[in-house]
Ligand binder design. Sequence first.
Ligand code: RB5
Length: 145
Amino acid sequence: MIALGADHAGYEYKEKIKNLLQSLGMEYRDWGTDSTASTDYPDYAHKVAEIVASGKAEFGILVCGTGIGMSIVANKHKGVRAGNVESIEAAKYARLHNNANILAIGARLISWEQAKEIVKIFLQTKFEGGRHQQRVEKIHSLTNL
Ligand code: RB5
């Protein structure tokens, strides 16, 4: 299952991501927001990060204006590795090298066409492991997060 969240700035991309996931046959759950009315991104980022940290969702996707606020909040949760991604290349490496489990994107910074490819690549790329395994472990072992 993929957990989705967005604030007002990310709402429209989140709705499009739902259609994309449906067309890919991937299960998702939407944690809001449900309109373009102004709201606070931490509410959605905390919720989605909790779901990913608990293991109830394999991945989370968060959308706000820049992706920055969402990734800052999500990375405060134990076991979460959120990447704020603005290119297809970064989406690939966020999974390959960082084993990122949350994708944060900025709807005001990238086009829907870019966002769509970023989401697809993020979800389709597997962690490379090997030398990256201990690096990823150190992300958590050297903090309490
Ligand atoms: C909302 O205006 C904006 O600040 C928010 O969507 C996000 O970009 C925060 O990081």
